[in-house]
Write a protein that binds this ligand. Structure first.
Ligand SMILES: NC(=O)c1ccc[n+]([C@@H]2O[C@H](COP(=O)([O-])OP(=O)(O)OC[C@H]3O[C@@H](n4cnc5c(N)ncnc54)[C@H](O)[C@@H]3O)[C@@H](O)[C@H]2O)c1
Length: 348
């Protein structure tokens, strides 16, 4: 039996709990949160035997094999390193850290301790995406020329998730002092992984980040200074070009990712909307007729990140995406920030 502790019991922690509870060889033995209301509610809902208000207490008092870290971004590094130092495998929410140096340090500690480390780049849960990646990697579509990727949310314009001005889970995402790199740090990590996993490494970026001051400058303790929209031009090491964009002002879209990869012998595309588990993608190999026909391919479901994490602990083989992937993505994030500040291309 693998004993798991969940740190942070806010919105995303419910997904973690539900996924662990589906697995026969896993028991959630503890939860930890500084917010007692969230903690007690979570304990009751998932019948968790032990609760703590500090990670230090938990690591001292509780026998646990693995930590699932679902705290806000600025606690990821501290909790991961403390857990690794105590010999615990770690599954961290994204973004892995607030910057590349911190993410790299986390990877180095995990590597030196020989412990399983994974970061929840959750769109890898899509079996359609996994198969799209396989097809691109076979090279059967020829060389990649052009890529277009977007990730759209609308909680700054829609009340579907409640009023962001009144809810801490949205406000910390808008505030640098609360550890947020804005939409780039929050959604950018997903869409950058969504692009680089199939296409390969990015060579250089040119980005523009925008914070819309007209939504307000401050709500209580939260200074609203983190970016709300970003656009990036990118060039890949394989010579392909691309655009990567994201915004929280995508009125009309709740949560939508699009990826198009155009190669000289065909192309693939995928749209993920609302859920995480889309099991299809589209492909064209129709380069000789005027129909430009795209097939929709449906694929069997593949293990999700949490299943792969548990399987990694059992097998001893670190699954993907690991902390190295998380750090590589963070390096691109940092370069986008630098590019936007200096308004120049930045080599990765
Ligand atoms: N992979 C995904 O698709 C995905 C989706 C949503 C959120 N996330 C990530 O999950 C993390 C949490 O997001 P959320 O939406 O659940 O946020 P949230 O604000 O709803 O919950 C965070 C919880 O962590 C607690 N917390 C804060 N500091 C703590 C500490 N030092 N020790 C213990 N608990 C602490 C808070 O009290 C809160 O209950 C973020 O890093 C976010 O980026 C990932």
């Amino acid at each position: 039996m693998i004993r798991v502790a969940i740190i942070g019991t806010g919105s995303m922690a419910h997904y973690h709990a539900l996924e662990y509870q589906k697995l026969e060889n896993v028991k959630i033995v503890a939860a930890c949160d500084i917010n007692k209301e969230n903690l007690y509610g979570f304990q009751k809902k998932y019948k968790i035997p032990n609760i703590y208000t500090s990670i230090d207490e938990l690591l001292t008092d509780c026998e646990v094999d693995a930590i699932s870290n679902v705290t806000p971004d600025n606690y990821h590094k501290e909790i991961a390193i403390k857990s690794l130092e105590r010999g615990k495998h770690i599954f961290s929410e994204k973004p892995l850290a607030e910057n590349y140096q911190d993410a790299l340090e986390m990877y180095e500690v995990a590597k030196s301790k020989k412990l399983i480390n994974m970061v929840n780049l959750s769109y890898r849960n899509s079996s359609g995406f996994q198969e799209l990646v396989n097809v691109v990697h076979t090279g059967e579509l020829g060389s990649i020329k052009h890529v277009e990727a977007s990730y759209y949310q609308s909680w700054l314009t829609s009340k579907y998730w409640g009023d962001w001005k009144e809810l801490p889970q949205w406000l910390w995402r808008l505030s640098k002092a609360h550890g947020s790199n804005g939409v780039l740090g929050d959604l950018g990590v997903h869409i950058i992984d969504f692009v680089t996993y199939p296409v390969g490494r990015i060579k250089r970026v040119n980005s523009l980040l925008k914070t819309f001051i007209d939504k307000g400058k401050r709500v209580g303790e939260y200074i609203l200074d983190a970016n709300d929209s970003f656009i990036s031009m990118v060039e890949f090491e394989n010579g392909a070009t691309g655009t990567i964009v994201s915004t929280r002002f995508a009125t009309g879209y709740r949560n939508r990712l699009d990826l198009k990869i155009f190669c000289n012998k065909g192309g693939v595309c995928i749209t993920l909307e609302h859920g995480l588990d889309s099991n299809s993608y589209k492909i064209t190999r129709d380069i000789n007729t005027e129909n430009m026909y795209w097939d929709t391919v449906y694929v069997e479901s593949t293990p999700n990140n949490i299943e792969r994490f548990i399987h990694s602990i059992i097998s001893g083989e670190n699954g993907q995406p690991d902390f190295k992937v998380g750090a590589d993505v963070q390096k691109i994030i940092d370069s986008c920030i630098e590019s936007s500040e200096k308004q120049v291309w930045i080599d990765i």
